[in-house]
Design a protein around this ligand. Structure first.
Ligand code: ATP
Ligand code: MG
Length: 800
């Protein structure tokens, strides 16, 4: 029974309820992980619509990923029992693209602008650096792109930047020139890069108040999830959108046919939109991309008379998982103490695992996943996290071999494949004839005899006549090239022009099919003798299927809509749904998500915290927050794993357990390790943790330094794959073999010819010894187990 409003808040705790029902101008909800921030936002939206306080079209909700947006839209529709059509629930980027598509003509772009992804903007920068000979001054593409991105996130443009710099410094002048050229080329190409999407929307609103007024009137309620990770440009955008509409412009709006009567207040103004933001400073993990935590800490100052609500009860995880999370994050200074609690009970202990190699670690993950699955947990409820994308290879290999269905979120994927980029470049060339980047990409795909010299000739023609590259193609006959090349070029120009003529109305799948048939791109792949090319042709077929699917879901959708969706989705997350597969992703991608079981892998120094973070101010604290984000994704089961040695870039490195592991109270973790890694020298401390507790490597472990540490952990030895790979192997056997301490053969003298004995492989003869110190490696010909390379320091070997 009860009204919808009652049902909407049923089951919520009093603070959550207040957050759903509060009706002031601005509301900040700060709370730890899993406390219902996102749920509360969703219910607020449902409540506003259902009570008639707002039409769906008056709501703008900002989420961090497209996936989160889709989930929120679905939840709202479920709650209110009707479609949420007209409501804007999207990422900052998607919302800005929608605005720019409508308004770009106001400031020298057209609505068919291209969005350059980071690969596109790097390609453009590379060309500019070369033209300016900037590498002679030490500029690299990464550096330049990082700096430009930073400036744009701070809303600096070429002009304002030129006023800040020292014109006597050749470095700064060179960078200014790079920035200027880059900006000019984007403008010429009718293109925006990712950072522009936000920054240019802010400029648009500031430079054209009558445009801003349209959106200020439209959005009456703005809600932002993950506010702790907004940067300055995003903050400025929110500020512009929540301003009251200028009274003079209210009349303009009315004259323009926009309904305003009921929105006016006593003084004839339209008051600013209400703003609700939710966030958790402990989960701020994007400082490296310009996210500014001050957006949260200064919210009350920036939006006077705002209300702040704290949520403390966690509804996601067991108490053991929360205790671990609380203990870890307590080591960060400069934070508001908060302690998450739950009423669901302590749950299982966390499982720790130390593998001899990254491969062993991956095998452990696969075995545990198989066990959980046998016990009835669905694959889609499990996730594996890692700090860097390079860690996926070992995991994928073993998952494939163990027939575990998985998918990688946000890695190299469909839209990054060369053939898909080619096909997309055809579509972009049709949509945006001014874009030379897309045109260059397809000029000789499939091969039509247009080489670099011809391309240069075309570009020269374009420069001389001050026209675009596309015009140069159209006029190729004036270039005095051979008849065959000229024919190929004008043929391409004609194909693009013909298809462009229909592109405003034709279904995207028809447009793509016309381009594929006209260009012969798939035919060429099918005719090729390279076995990979058949797979490439199939991928393009798959893209055609994607366009059909798009058309089905968006009957009115145009080519531009399709390109927008693809560019933004490909950049942030996946189109696929996750039913029936284990999800693999970086810790950054994991934000906001939750799973029954979480595997957090590579919990080692140099990976977590990442090596690069050491040189950044605040780096290690941000890495700790990343670890905290990872832990708090887990509902019931948490696995923390590491490897003692990790192969990277063809080199085997000795890894140390992450400093963050020792911050977790010992009684919360059950340690396991690769079979054969134990020695019988007693003790149960992972060596490196021990060393640190003794003061060796410590320093930032806060109040936990004196406690006893987790048992098991680091040992020496090799993982017997034949038996370990089978998930039937009893786990207790592993545990029983862990008597604990770390083997250290650091001083074992070995040379070619010596005979040794190995716990798992039996006896053998040393063939060669390479490397120095802790990286010494013995190559051993075992009598029965074949030839193997062992890291001497930790391998379970003895001389015989
Ligand atoms: P994060 O910081 O990770 O983004 P969050 O604060 O946004 O987390 P939610 O994702 O909204 O938290 O909620 C976490 C889980 O708790 C969800 O599964 C949600 O459905 C559930 N939940 C939230 N509030 C309640 C409640 N009052 N009763 C039962 N379950 C709840
Ligand atoms: Mg959330």
């Amino acid at each position: 029974g009860g009204s919808f409003g009652d049902r909407l808040v049923a089951g919520l705790n009093p603070q959550q309820r207040e957050a759903v029902e509060y009706r002031g101008q601005s509301l900040l909800i700060v709370a730890g992980a899993g406390s219902g921030k996102t749920s509360v936002l969703t219910r607020r939206i449902a409540g506003l619509i259902d009570s008639g306080e707002a039409w769906p079209s008056q709501i703008l909700a900002i989420t961090f990923t497209n996936k989160a947006a889709a989930e929120m839209r679905e939840r709202v529709a479920q709650l209110i029992g009707q479609s949420s059509e007209g409501m804007w629930i999207s990422t900052f980027h998607s919302a800005c693209v929608r605005i720019l598509r409508r308004e770009a003509e106001q400031f020298g772009f057209t609505k068919s602008f291209t969005i350059y992804d980071s690969a596109d903007s790097r390609a453009l920068l590379k060309r500019i650096l070369k033209e300016l000979d900037a590498d002679s001054l030490g500029f690299t593409v990464s550096q330049a792109s990082g700096k430009i991105s930073k400036l744009k996130n701070e809303l600096s443009d070429v002009e304002s930047y030129s006023r800040q710099i020292n014109l006597g410094d050749p470095q700064e002048v060179m960078f200014l020139e790079i920035f200027r050229q880059y900006t000019r080329e984007l403008q010429r190409a009718n293109a925006f890069d990712f950072d522009d999407l936000i920054a240019q929307t802010v400029y648009l609103f500031r430079a054209f108040p009558h445009v801003a007024a349209v959106y200020q009137r439209r959005f009456r309620h703005i809600l932002v999830d993950e506010y702790q990770d907004t940067n300055h440009a995003q903050y400025a955008l929110i500020r512009e959108l929540t301003r009251p509409v200028d009274p003079e412009l209210v009349e303009d709006l009315e004259r323009g046919g926009q309904f305003v009567a009921s929105l006016r207040d006593g003084s004839g103004r339209i008051p600013g939109a209400s703003l609700t933001v939710v966030g958790d400073s402990d989960q701020s993990i994007y400082a490296f991309r310009g996210a500014d935590i001050r957006n949260i800490t200064e919210f009350e100052h920036d939006f006077p008379n705002s209300k702040v609500i704290l949520l403390e009860q966690n509804y996601r995880s067991t108490q053991n998982i929360l205790d671990a999370a609380n203990a870890v994050i307590a080591n960060n200074f400069d934070r508001q103490a908060k302690n998450l609690f739950t009423t669901v009970g302590s749950g299982d202990k966390i499982t720790g695992f130390t593998g001899y190699t990254g491969h062993d670690e991956a095998q452990f993950v696969a075995d545990e996943i198989a066990t959980l699955h046998d016990d009835g947990m669905a694959y889609k409820d499990m996730a594996v996290f890692y700090r860097t994308n390079s860690q996926t290879r070992a995991l994928e290999e073993i998952f494939i071999r163990s027939a575990i269905p998985y998918r990688v979120l946000g890695g190299t994927k469909f839209y990054e494949r060369a053939e898909i980029k080619d096909a997309m470049a055809y579509l972009i060339s049709v949509a945006n004839p001014a874009d030379p980047m897309a045109l260059r990409r397809i000029m000789n795909v499939p091969k039509r005899g247009i080489g670099p010299a011809t391309e240069t000739a075309l570009q020269r023609y374009a420069d001389q006549h001050e026209v675009g590259l596309r015009d140069a193609l159209r006029n190729a006959s004036e270039l005095g090239l051979g008849p065959k090349v000229t024919g190929a070029i004008t043929g391409l120009a004609k194909l693009l022009d013909d298809v462009s003529a229909t592109s405003a109305t034709a279904p995207v799948s028809d447009i793509l099919t016309a381009l594929i048939e006209g260009s012969g791109i798939v035919d060429a792949l099918r005719a090729s003798r390279d076995p990979q090319d058949e797979a490439r042709a199939e991928n393009i077929d798959e893209l055609v299927a994607v366009t059909r699917e798009f058309q089905k879901n968006n009957p009115e959708g145009t080519l531009l809509d399709f390109l927008t969706e693809v560019t933004l989705v490909a950049a942030a997350d996946d189109l696929d749904d996750s039913s029936g597969t284990v999800s693999l992703m970086t810790l950054h991608t994991a934000k906001g998500l939750e799973y029954e079981a979480v595997f957090l892998t590579g919990v080692e120094e140099d990976l977590l915290p990442h090596r690069m973070s050491a040189s950044e101010p605040g780096g290690p604290a941000e890495e700790r927050r990343l670890f905290y984000v990872g832990i708090t994704r887990a509902r019931k089961k948490l696995f923390l794993s590491l490897a003692m040695t990790r192969a990277q870039f063809g080199e085997v490195n000795v890894a140390m357990p992450s400093r963050y592991l020792q911050e977790i109270p010992v009684e919360l973790i059950d340690w396991k390790q690769s079979p054969g890694m134990a020695t019988s020298r007693g003790g149960t401390q992972p060596r490196a943790l021990n060393a640190r507790r003794d003061g060796g490597l410590g320093g930032d472990s806060g109040g936990f330094g004196g406690r006893a540490r987790a048992g098991g952990g680091f040992g020496g030895g090799s993982y017997d794959r034949a038996t370990a790979a089978s998930k039937t192997k009893p786990k207790t056997e592993w545990a029983n073999r862990v008597t604990g301490t770390v083997r250290d053969n650091g001083d074992l003298e070995l040379e070619a010819g010596d005979r040794i004995s190995h716990v798992d492989f039996g006896e053998g003869r040393v063939v060669a010894v390479t490397g120095v110190g802790p990286r010494r490696i013995a190559e051993v010909q075992f009598d029965t187990a074949g030839r193997k390379k062992l890291l001497i320091k930790v391998a379970p070997i003895e001389k015989v």
